[in-house]
Design a protein around this ligand. Sequence first.
Ligand code: PLP
Length: 222
Amino acid sequence: MTSSIAERVTIIRAQLPPSVRLIAVSKQVSTQLMREAYGAGIRDFGESRIQEAASKQIELQDLPDITWHFIGHLQSNKAKKAVELFSWIHSVDNLHIAERLHTIAQTMGTNLYSCLQVKILPDPQKSGWTVPQLLTDLPFLSQYQSLQIQGLMTITPWGLEEEQILNVFNHTYNLAQEIASQKWANIEMRELSMGMSGDYELAVKAGATMVRLGTILFGNRL
Ligand SMILES: *Cc1c(COP(=O)(O)O)cnc(C)c1O
């Protein structure tokens, strides 16, 4: 890529509807490049490893208005650290971790926001609820008020045709509508975290409110 990060941020920001939150996925990206993105107006950064995020947060302490989003698979033993480091967890992917995050956030008295990660199509590479599992677990999730569930997150399986990708995003949108119509306490369905560098335009078409972009902003990861 010949353009600068600032140029890419500006171009992509201009393509997105103003209501869509642009999360710069900075996993494996240096804090120097993150500073460039910050300079171009980025305030939301997505990380998928706890340890990496912890050291970056120390290095970027002078930029206090960053919102940190966790987007990776979260292991139980890292849940406490995750609540300490992140405002958002997009990748709550099973009932056990949901309950743990709720308990930790409640005990610590911290403000946490989360999305439930759902798998619309089978994908052995990815974690997340299947649709039937998620619908079954809603009564339990509804008790986890400190999790502050805001919506759904999805990742499309690798190698789909454009039409299939759009189908996955539309299906996720419809699922969020269905859950919202059930009016569970403590479960909001105002956010849809979907779309990465290869498919974010389709995600936006289908109603994404948050896109998670790495490669298209920062270039290829090592
Ligand atoms: C890495 C990652 C992204 C960003 O992917 P790009 O294709 O580099 O934009 C988005 N979401 C999740 C969950 C990721 O792990």
